[in-house]
Design a protein around this ligand. Structure first.
Ligand SMILES: [Zn+2]
Ligand SMILES: [Zn+2]
Length: 305
């Protein structure tokens, strides 16, 4: 018998006085409920994805929301935002709860506190409405380039980042949008809280962010004004919300339509990229470019010699 599992995505920006202590407490709660996944705790808040039995996930949420046993010194989690997706049972191999300097790494020159400066939250309904009415706006996709390639909104531009923390130095790529109405989007919203704040601090005049992210929107409006699938950071790799979706991703090597996401086989690279099965078979391993293939072959030669 297979147990039905739920995947739970959550975050909140809230001051946490003792992240290390909170981490220990949180790990205990998750372990007792047999949850697997990844949680990042920082002095600025909490961000995580967990998979577990539906009832265990519900129990986890009740515990945080009711502050049930949460020592008040850890922070206020009574309104943590939760989002559910159907689980696969194998989305995560284990549980990892870590303390980091930020819950999403931006390394902005000035600290961005989304509780102080952030874009206006708009709902999936509002964004859908804006598309339907063909309003004058631009979507800024705050995800990484490979995520964007797997699927994205109409009217979207990307800053051209391989990692979110490159955003501060890539802002010039977006400078032409300072006077436009812009809506930032990301997978489930946590990156936009900071990214939209960064835009506002850098002179962007009309900044909104999609609350709950692309995942929330697609659950409600599958295939509407979004092409391709949603890249996700667990072993599912991507989420589809409708059977009749169009594959827009392309193999980095031969260009055929493919949603096959792999890590570069060059140990010095490991870049996540798209490569079709046929290309991998032809080359023998997935390399993101010819240079990586060459580098790996040379490294192998050295070891053999
Ligand atoms: Zn190919
Ligand atoms: Zn590579």
């Amino acid at each position: 018998m297979t147990i039905e599992t739920t995947i739970n995505i959550f975050y909140k920006y809230t001051p946490i006085a003792q992240p290390e202590h909170f981490r220990e407490w949180l790990k205990g709660v998750c372990t007792a409920l047999e949850l697997r996944g990844r949680i990042i705790v920082a002095s600025e808040g909490i961000n995580g994805t967990l998979e577990g039995a539906a009832e265990a996930i519900a129990q986890f949420e009740r515990t945080l929301h009711a502050q049930n046993g949460v020592p008040s010194t850890y922070g206020d989690f009574s309104d943590v935002w939760f989002k559910h997706s159907p689980g696969t049972g194998v989305a995560f191999p284990r549980l990892s709860v870590r303390v980091r300097p930020e819950i999403v790494t931006l390394r902005a020159p000035q600290k961005i506190d989304p509780n102080k400066v952030t874009g206006t939250h708009i709902s999936a309904d509002e964004l859908h409405e804006m598309f339907e009415n063909d309003e004058d706006f631009v979507i800024i996709d705050m995800r990484n380039d490979y995520e964007h390639r797997v699927g994205h909104f109409e009217k979207s531009v990307e800053p051209g980042t391989e990692n979110f923390y490159e955003l501060p130095e890539k802002l010039d790529n977006l400078a032409h949008l300072k006077d436009k109405k812009v809506v930032t989007v990301c997978t489930y919203g946590v990156r936009c809280e900071k990214a939209s704040g960064l835009l506002k601090k850098n002179g962007f005049k009309d900044v909104s962010q999609l609350h709950g992210g692309i995942g929330t929107y697609m659950q409600k409006y599958p295939g509407k004004h979004f092409r391709g699938s949603l890249y996700v950071f667990d072993q599912r790799l991507r989420e589809q919300f409708t059977d009749s979706y169009e594959v827009i991703a392309e193999c980095a090597r031969c260009g055929v339509k493919s949603e096959h996401i792999v890590n570069c086989a060059n140990d010095l690279c490991h870049k996540q990229h798209l490569q079709c099965e046929a290309c991998i078979e032809e080359v023998g391993a997935p390399f993101c470019n010819a240079q990586c293939a060459q580098q790996a072959t040379q490294a192998e030669g050295t070891t053999v010699a």
